[in-house]
Write a protein that binds this ligand. Structure first.
Ligand SMILES: OC[C@H]1O[C@H](O[C@H]2O[C@H](CO)[C@@H](O)[C@H](O)[C@H]2O)[C@H](O)[C@@H](O)[C@@H]1O
Length: 560
């Protein structure tokens, strides 16, 4: 199904120019080690018009390149370095050894390692320079009211869903003020843009990322009992819920019994190449000759980025062809599980501030979504929830569609197990039993944890990569159920993941954003990881798992 309609956000003049610069840089420097994002993260030293004039004066070759010296000189003269508009800031609540730090980690070597990771928060902590608010048109970085934790590596700005696991780690580090400041920044984004952006950059204003803000507030409240934070967050969370459950994100499905269900999907307000990956997206679209089809493809690319799973065969009609991305026509299991969690959280946070009316509305909403997920996504024989592929008799995103058994995907991904993270699923013992069996023989489990998919496609969200956030949610869900078998599985998977991170850290001196789950201690592919800086959500997951499970194993034990 091709959905042809949908809003598109305007592009800023600075982004348009930086994309031109990015293209020129690729033609000039070549593709080896080329990172397109670097160019859209630069900030101006002088007015854009002066900069464009300076660029126009560079002698150009026919292929669009300029001389390497000319381009280097131009960039130096007219731009501040990428990331220079973010300042290092010492977190106010950082202490080298927090009181009550990871009480279950008794082993001295592991404690030292955990303290080393804890100390990495200092390296990832940033605040947006005041220059950004003074002259926003000079920057693609967006102003924010407080300090943030960035993922690290090439990601120089705060990210939405990464922040959830960063916060879980900060809570283990007893850095409650830093955790709250991140939430306040995300609320600020909702106040200004109507939703939490993918990340705090002007080129991310066309999409969000998996909605986990309510979970951040819920976790912080659980530890700090800070009612003021809940009061501030609630109106923003209500706005965010509306963003995900109406308009372009809303999908209506009529089940086999004729009951209508409302679910959600990813849908970016963008139909051009992503500025941070413009050269890559243009190359990917080179086989598409038709303009409107190219626009559809670019929307699918941006919508996949909204899913956080950029990229995976999960979203492709033909796993061997990237241009068959069709994310907007898929009802994703994980997105709907996250929204179910938002609804549960809103019900309980509303109660915290004494608003029983809102609590009732969201308690009813959560029941409706849980029912919808059962009717549309749950597969009793397989013991998993599956993404649902819309068949799309229409090009509108508002019309109801009838459920068809053949439209339920039958491909296993780690996302099929994410609902087990949600209380109303993991409290159901017979359901947990089925899910545990299914996960056990899913083929996703390896020496180093839970793989993301079974397809070795070369895409970063496919085999052989295992990602920290997915491990954490599945492990946490299993550990919270009453089933001893599920608890045992959770502990086993947690230790596999901790060990993988530990061995990789010893080998490379760095935390990585993903690991090869087939081999323990492997670092996984892609990206550049700078030793001693850590990677935000990976640090957070390890800290949270160490807090929950401790470490009782002999470090010399191998991964078999
Ligand atoms: O630069 C390309 C893409 O990078 C981001 O995606 C990846 O990193 C994020 C930060 O750690 C993470 O949240 C996401 O799940 C990763 O796939 C960015 O989010 C994309 O929008 C962007 O196009």
């Amino acid at each position: 199904m091709a959905i042809t309609e949908g809003p598109v956000k305007p592009k800023t003049p600075l982004i348009s120019f930086l994309e031109t610069l990015q293209k020129t840089a690729l033609a000039t420097f070549g593709s080896k080690d080329f990172d397109p994002k670097l160019y859209v993260d630069l900030s101006l030293k002088s007015n854009l018009s002066v900069t464009i004039e300076g660029f126009g004066n560079l002698p150009k070759n026919q292929n669009g390149s300029v001389s390497v010296d000319d381009l280097k000189g131009f960039i130096e003269k007219y731009f501040e370095g990428a990331g220079n508009d973010l300042e290092y800031v010492q977190p106010v609540d950082y202490v080298a050894v927090p009181v009550g730090f990871l009480p279950k980690v008794k082993n001295m070597e592991m404690r030292e390692w955990a303290l080393e990771i804890h100390s990495l928060w200092k390296n990832l902590s940033r605040k947006v320079s005041q220059e950004v608010a003074k002259r926003p048109e000079f920057h693609t970085l967006l102003p924010l009211p407080g300090p943030v934790m960035i993922p690290g590596s090439r990601f120089r700005e705060v990210y939405y869903w990464d922040s959830y696991w960063v916060i879980r780690g900060l809570l283990a580090s007893k850095m409650y003020e830093t955790a709250k400041a991140i939430v306040i920044n995300l609320i600020y984004l909702i106040d200004h843009y109507g939703f939490v952006l993918n990340g705090a950059r002007a080129y991310y204003t066309n999409r969000s990322q998996p909605p986990l803000l309510s979970s951040m507030v819920y976790e912080i409240y659980g530890v700090t009992r800070d009612i003021e934070l809940v009061k501030v967050a609630l109106p923003a969370l209500l706005k965010e819920h509306a963003f995900w459950t109406s308009g372009i994100h809303k999908v209506v499905i009529i089940d086999a019994e004729g009951t209508e269900h409302i679910l959600s999907r990813y849908y970016a307000m963008w139909d051009e190449p992503r500025p941070e990956s413009s050269t890559i997206d243009i190359a990917a679209a080179s086989t598409i000759s038709n303009d409107s089809e190219r626009k559809l493809f670019f929307r699918e690319v941006a919508s996949t980025a909204e899913s956080g799973w950029d990229f995976s065969t999960r979203w492709m009609r033909d796993p061997s062809s990237f241009t068959t991305l069709t994310t907007t026509t898929i009802i994703p299991v994980d997105l709907n599980a996250f929204l179910l969690k938002v609804e549960h959280d809103l019900a309980s946070l509303a109660k915290v501030v004494g608003n029983d009316g809102i609590a009732e509305i969201f308690s009813a909403a959560s029941k409706a979504r849980q029912k919808a997920m059962k009717a549309i996504m749950w597969n009793e024989e397989r013991g998993q929830w599956f993404d649902y592929w819309l068949s799309g008799s229409s090009t509108s995103h508002q019309e109801a569609e009838e459920w068809r058994v053949e439209n339920q995907s039958n491909t296993t991904f780690a996302s099929n197990f994410i609902p087990i993270w949600i209380n109303s699923f993991h409290s159901d013992e017979s359901l947990v039993e089925k899910v545990v069996k299914s996960l056990q023989c899913s083929g996703l489990l390896g020496a180093a944890g839970i793989s993301t998919s079974l397809t070795n496609s070369g895409q970063q969200w496919d085999l052989p990569n295992g990602w920290a956030p997915l491990q954490h949610m599945i492990i946490e869900g299993l550990s919270r159920s009453k089933s001893p078998e599920a608890n045992k599985m959770a502990e086993d998977l947690a230790l596999r993941w901790i060990r993988t991170n530990y061995l990789a850290f010893k080998k490379t001196g760095a935390m990585h954003e993903k690991y090869n789950v087939l081999e323990c201690g492997e670092t996984g592919g892609g990206g550049e990881y700078i030793p001693q800086t850590g990677f935000g959500w990976s640090n957070g997951v390890v800290m949270a798992l160490l807090e929950q499970f401790g470490w009782s194993e002999d470090l010399s034990v191998s991964c078999e």
